[in-house]
Design a binder for this molecule. Structure first.
Ligand SMILES: N[C@@H](Cc1c[nH]cn1)C(=O)NCC(=O)O
Length: 463
């Protein structure tokens, strides 16, 4: 008799993905509330712009420490700690009277956000088969990114109706609800208990009988090979006493596959992040002369395009595992080419070209998820958190640098504020992306070759 298919992996994944969606809601909670925040704290636009930058700095800066901690205390604890930090941050945001304290609140939100995504990604391989993982990861990204939609309309409506304090306390309450669900449901791996079970000292039947797709011996799964991470003995699984951070980092970076994953994440998502986090609306309105409603409608196109790409790329990169890096590279090159066309266009670019840009640009987000697949294939298991955190810094450092450089280049041209914006100034400013694409694309090609050679030399096949 065939054993029933396990349900627990789906339940654990559902709460983990929900935690990530809440992290994104918290991350983007100020995106539609700029004027409300300015009015509430009495701040100018420059101070307002500091919020997303500080948050990104905190997020990117914490990826590696969070990754190291993740390998020590596990994904369940990190997701719950992340949730608690975000609740504290949003409760503080709701109640503090001064902008300096609001920045501290934002740092808490950024720190909690930094704990969430890579912990969710670390948890998935414990519950799903290698064949399922690319699709599950993409859908996780899709669910998370849909959190952005919540912060745009429902949160703005909530703050409009219940006021600043009511809105942000409401957000903290949603976070609390999801953390409570996490305390009851999240488990690092089959057989490991929930936090509630740890606190009460009682292990329930669900934990005792837990099975995952990763270890079940169904006919479909028996064809799937064991994870490559188990097979790469370059780094000893034995914890070496006193092995310091830099030593670990050096050992990890010696693996060409890990470096490849880093550059894959570096090259693909920054253009979309930069556009969606800060410079998209100013460019569409101040550069192309569209009205705000048209800009919003065009920006919503990016969400649709990103969702379609997530659904397509997961199964594709699972089916054609040898080509997954080329899918990422193809998307990055397409983004670079279309953006470059907009940048060098001698007059106002035609609407058709802008539409193509807005459809191609968001593919970088789902494409960057391939980096985590590459990292998983090449990172030894006990370094998985560290590796995921390291890879995740790629896209976010690139995004942060490009956001700052665009602002700087606009300022240098004397076009730093809305009344001075011009198409030409934006075209020059957005050109700062070009060296980032060139660097990313060259490094992907170089590291892809090195990885291939390394695998041949070590008799490995890709899994
Ligand atoms: N590439 C993004 C996630 C994504 C998935 N689909 C669209 N974007 C990423 O790296 N996310 C990390 C995070 O913390 O959100």
């Amino acid at each position: 008799m065939r054993a029933a298919r396990p349900i627990l992996p789906w339940v654990v994944w559902g709460i983990a993905a929900l935690s990530y969606a809440v992290a994104i809601i918290n991350r983007s909670s100020l995106s539609a509330l700029g004027p409300a925040a300015q009015e509430h704290f009495g701040i100018d636009a420059t101070t307002l712009a500091a919020f997303p930058v500080i948050q990104l700095v905190v997020y990117a800066g914490l990826q590696i420490p969070v990754g190291v901690l993740l390998d020590r205390i596990g994904a369940r604890a990190m997701i719950l700690i992340g949730g608690a930090l975000m609740i504290a941050g949003q409760a503080a945001m709701a109640t503090v009277p001064e902008v300096s304290l609001a920045i501290v609140a934002r740092v808490l939100v950024g720190a909690g956000d930094a704990c969430t995504f890579i912990s969710v990604m670390r948890m998935l391989p414990e519950w799903f088969s290698l064949r399922q993982l690319p699709t599950i990861s993409q859908v996780t990204g899709l669910i998370g990114q849909s959190g952005q939609l919540v912060s745009v309309v429902p949160l703005a409506v909530l703050v409009g109706g219940a006021g600043w304090m009511g809105g942000f306390l409401g957000l903290a309450a949603v976070g609390l609800l999801v953390v409570i669900l996490g305390v009851v449901v999240l488990r690092d791996a089959p057989g490991e208990g929930t936090l509630l079970e740890r606190i009460t000292g009682r292990r329930g039947r669900v934990t005792e009988n837990a099975r995952s797709f990763a270890d079940s011996r169904t006919a479909a799964l028996s064809a799937v090979q064991p994870p490559a991470t188990e097979m790469i003995p370059v780094i000893s699984e034995v914890r070496v006493r006193g092995l310091g951070f830099w030593n670990r980092a050096r050992r990890l970076l010696r693996l060409p596959g890990v470096r490849l994953a880093y550059w894959v994440h570096f090259a693909s998502p920054f253009a979309a992040n930069v556009f969606l986090l800060l410079w998209g609306t100013p460019f569409l309105v101040g550069g192309l002369g569209l009205d705000e409603a048209a800009a919003r409608a065009l920006l919503s196109l990016t969400v649709v395009s990103s969702m379609v790409a997530s659904v397509v790329l997961g199964p594709l990169s699972s089916r054609f595992i040898e080509r997954r890096v080329w899918f990422n590279l193809g998307i990055t090159v397409a983004i670079a080419v279309v953006w470059t066309a907009v940048i060098v266009w001698p007059a106002t670019p035609p609407l058709a070209l802008v539409l193509v840009l807005l459809l191609i640009l968001p593919l970088g987000g789902p494409a960057s998820m391939i980096a985590f697949e590459v990292a998983r294939s090449h990172t030894p298991r006990s370094y998985a958190g560290f590796g995921t955190g390291l890879v995740n810094t790629g896209g976010f450092t690139a995004s942060l640098l490009v956001i700052l450089l665009i602002g700087l280049v606009l300022d240098v041209q004397g076009a730093g504020s809305p009344e001075d914006y011009s198409l030409h100034a934006f075209q020059v400013a957005f050109a700062v992306q070009i060296p980032f694409w060139v660097l990313g694309i060259v490094m992907i090609v170089v590291e892809q070759r090195r990885t291939k050679r390394w695998m041949e030399d070590n008799g490995r096949t890709l899994r």
